[in-house]
Design a binder for this molecule. Sequence first.
Ligand SMILES: Cc1ncc(COP(=O)(O)O)c(C=O)c1O
Length: 387
Amino acid sequence: MIKLIKSSFYREAETKRALAEFVLSQDILSMNEQCRAFEKAFAAKQERRYAVFVANGSVANLLLIQALLNSGRLQRGGRIGFSALTWPTNVMPLIQLGLEPVAIDCEMDTLNVSPETLEEHVTGLRALFLTNVLGFCDDLPALRKLCDDQGVLLIEDNCEALGSRTDRTLLGNFGLASTFSFFVGHHMSTIEGGMVCTDDEELYDHLVMSRAHGWDRDLSPATRARMRTEAGVDDFYARYTFYDLASNFRPTEINGFIGNQQIRYWDEIVDRRVANFGRFCAAMARNADFQGYDLAHMDTVSNFSMPVVCRTPELARKYRAEFEAAGVEIRPVIAGNILQQPFYRKYVRNTSERPNAHLVHTNGFYFGNNPEMTEDELTTLCDLLDG
Ligand SMILES: Cc1ncc(COP(=O)(O)O)c(C=O)c1O
């Protein structure tokens, strides 16, 4: 069986041994030094000023939207563009927090939103919450320029694209902020885990407050002192003073420790996924049954699953059956066309079609791209793709 998720983390045996020793040696396992060290290391590696570690990628998205509302950068009711081909917990926070989602279709050759498709919907948008789908992107510099020109706040859901680069820049560094997932099977695993990155100090302060109850404990001493003075609270009441809407999205020291172990392998993990991706693409290019990709504008494509889009629904049925018969675990291409999901139809009135996301939904599937795949597994997958 070639499973979608092959192991809990990269180099599983040594990571588990180190984790066992760590747990036995620690008194404090709630968010503490390991989490802080992981945030610092991640911010450095992602080339961002700030990183806020949270319990998973879904709450990273929820937290980011909450912090943008709390800081006044978004207002309830605002129209927010998002990628029609995405994961549900990219768009769910928009609905949960009273914003109006506007689905933007993908291009077939990048599976991502392009400046051309954004242009069709850009009027009246307050923000674009872009998903960098499965490590791919469209013309991100042009998307950023269009957003800047139109006064649209760009934020990136980078949960599927850690390590990918275009224009010599890491994906996740094109907007005001970006989110990441460290769920098992993603590029880098902390079992469960997520991150929000930004260079903006004010947004960072809102993120750390909204991550934990809305209190001021994780702010800098100077910001804490200013807020306490403004709210008129003394040091005793400051312990239980809550400044803004929040929840509890904290990770644990266990997740932080694993993050510090795994981040050492960031480059190795990305390189191996890139190499696998190259082999899958070469095999796909020899087979006219598949939709080809145009990713020449990307410097690095780092994905954790390989999307395959067939030219017809019949071909999709044929290849899905062949992959499954060969023992390969496959899934739809993320949530497929989000407009067809029951939750979306329940809460969003405007569900007019997005034809390309629909095609990916009906004609697509994906299989895992794992950095620890064996040569036999890679050969099996390439043979299946060869047709
Ligand atoms: C684009 C995208 N956003 C958000 C998430 C949510 O991440 P998590 O599973 O860590 O909650 C995922 C998960 O796969 C995703 O693909």
